[in-house]
Design a protein around this ligand. Structure first.
Ligand code: CP
Length: 319
């Protein structure tokens, strides 16, 4: 096999990918999402080769603009671009001229003048990625905008579930914890619902958004009914930076009533997988023995992130 080749072509001519920018899981039909997940299977194989690089996007430029901290998303977008032979430039808030008072729009307009093909943006404000996409020429990927959405996280979660359970249709997925502040919960409820999963939210009343049913999820105010017979258990980080005493009495109390430990995990199906988007608060929302246990696929999620982001970059660049 040609080591530069990536096996993405079938015999039938493909429609161009209809999505221009990826701002929300709602931008994708089930067919679009499946096309990304199928392409990601090929890129996953590339990422396990001794030489993890293909020339698919040589000559294209990716700008990674992160105004909020990130380990997984930023690194995996950078690796994804590099494994596709893109020129990749990273900019973080602390090293940008926003520290001198430059506005987001002026920053983006300056970067746009350097002719990137794609801009990946993470920002603390909900709607920031859509704001940039509406005012700039290159395609934009939302890498997390405040408490709003994180669509590529939902795609990599769907990819991980599919690899372990083959088909998402009919699976019970319990998403537990701080739903109110979680862009991951929002994007996952939309995307996994479109792919046929039965999504359940569980969290304290103070950490469930108003009208959660608009996201297609069933809601529980105790964790146990969500865990019962679940195929997938996704724990969410308690976002200490966005919490105060009004949401939770204490973290200890939260851990006692909503933390995932081995006893609670036994309520799920025997082969259930445990997920967490990271970063984890060990001993708060998830016990270390569960996070590191045989049902945990948390590091599989991280590995999937590179392949799924390669697929997204490739398809948005014309695939
Ligand atoms: N899951 C996720 O978005 O992690 P990072 O904040 O480390 O990118």
């Amino acid at each position: 096999m040609n080591p530069d080749a990536v096996n993405l072509a079938d015999d039938a001519p493909r429609e161009p990918f209809a999505v221009r920018s990826l701002l929300s899981a709602d931008d994708l039909t089930a067919g679009d999402a499946t096309r990304i997940l199928d392409a990601a299977e090929s890129f996953f194989e590339v990422s396990r080769r001794p030489i993890r690089k293909v020339p698919a996007l040589r000559g294209k430029t990716l700008l990674n603009v992160f105004f909020e901290a990130s380990t997984r998303t930023r690194t995996s977008f950078e690796l994804a671009g590099k494994r596709l032979s893109m020129d990749v430039v990273n900019l973080s808030a602390s090293s940008s001229s926003t520290t001198k008072g430059e506005t987001l729009l002026d920053t983006i307009k300056s970067l746009e003048a350097m002719q990137p093909d794609l801009v990946v943006i993470r920002h603390a404000a909900a709607g920031a990625a859509a704001y940039v996409a509406a005012r700039s020429t290159p395609a934009v990927i939302n890498a997390g905008d405040g408490t709003h959405e994180h669509p590529t996280q939902a795609l990599l979660d769907a990819f991980t579930i599919r690899r372990h359970k083959r088909d998402l249709r009919g699976l019970k997925v319990a998403i537990c914890g701080d739903i109110l502040h979680s862009r991951v919960a929002r994007s996952n409820a939309i995307l996994l619902g479109k792919l046929g999963a039965d999504v359940h939210f569980a969290g304290p009343r103070t950490l469930i958004p108003s009208a959660p049913e608009s996201l297609g999820a069933k809601v529980h105010y105790r964790i146990e009914p969500a865990l019962e017979d679940a195929d997938v258990v996704m724990m969410l980080r308690i976002q200490r930076e966005r919490l105060s005493g009004v949401f939770l009495p204490t973290l200890r109390e939260y851990s006692r009533t909503f933390g995932l430990n081995e006893r609670r995990l036994a309520l799920a199906k025997p082969g259930a997988i445990v997920m967490h988007p990271g970063p984890m608060n060990r001993g708060v929302e998830i016990a270390p023995e569960v996070a590191d246990g045989p049902q945990s696929v948390i590091l599989d999620q991280v590995e999937a992130g590179v392949a799924v982001r390669m697929a997204v970059l490739w398809l948005l660049c014309g695939g």
